[in-house]
Design a binder for this molecule. Sequence first.
Ligand code: XIL
Length: 366
Amino acid sequence: MISRRQCLAGLGAAILAPAIVARDSLPGYAQGLDLAALPGLRETAARKGILYGAAVRGDLLSRDPAYRAAVVKECGILVAENAMKFKPIRPTEKGWAFDEADATLAFAEANGMKVRGHTLIWHAALPDWAKATLASGGGAALLEQQIRTVMGRYRGRVLAWDVVNEILEPKDGLIDGLRKSDWYLALGPGYIDRAFRIARETDPGCQLVYNEWGHESYGTRPETILRYLEKLKKGGTPIDAVGMQSHLHTRWNVNARQLSWFCKSAVDLGLEILVTELDGDDSELPDDIQARDQGVHDRVRAFLEAVAAATVPRQVLTWGLSDRYSFMNAPGRREPGSRAKRPLPLDEAMRRKPAWLALHNFFTGL
Ligand code: XIL
């Protein structure tokens, strides 16, 4: 039996507390707004022809009903946070593991959502057996097999694939700022063009994306990315879009001028601009929740405005939906004993917060 007191306490947590906490943490100009009463981001974005969505984890979708309901309410497009990466989908040479990827796709389709594929060729999430294959001359076959098998399985059902991810790392000192990855070491710089060509053959209707980080940063990184895009386009590589991860950090301001320049230049090359992994690390901000949420809100807003000054991104995804499951709060990503980060549109209790409002205002203001 649940006592009356327990029942009231439960009600308080479920009904009263959310509105109060969410309002308290809103930026001054938005205080008094009842965020919970506004439509989902998927709806607001769709009115402007934009797909809004988030990276999701299959295990959580099946075990956390509040998270699942929030995903359905807010998202018009999903990307599997890990399930389609090399190691999760092919942990051993003969052991393909499609279950979570299959389930994520089925979930999206059942809820009328689109899907992004992430990611076919990346230096990370490579199992040891694949590294050994790359090191011993089997790289070309491995690359082709990976793309044909994974992309082929979901052919016609994935709107856009991140064919390659994080291929540049100027510090490695290689030509064009390329990263010294196992793929590069095995196949040389041509592996990137090869990956795109195989991808185009495998699913000709799919948008092919080069996904990268740091387009909003200061320094030479955005220009290095742009020069490489120019090279790919000149060489006839079948690339359609640039995915900007957009992991913002409140330690730095968004370099709005350079970001707009980058987006405009990429569009001039015939590429579409996508926002693929947006979130905001608030670890450098004071403890006060309102100040932190305001900081993340401001970065998200500045970022989106700088992009929109050049082009309207047709896909905007955050890297997760709720702070409860942000990868930034995973062990190893956060100092032991430090406070939990608040990088995403919903807080730990699935309540809308200022970062959510930044997205809402961006979509409605277009
Ligand atoms: C991250 C996931 O969120 C984590 O769960 C995983 O442990 C490591 O990868 N850029 C990317 C994503 O392109 O694939 C990364 O995802 C986050 C940074």
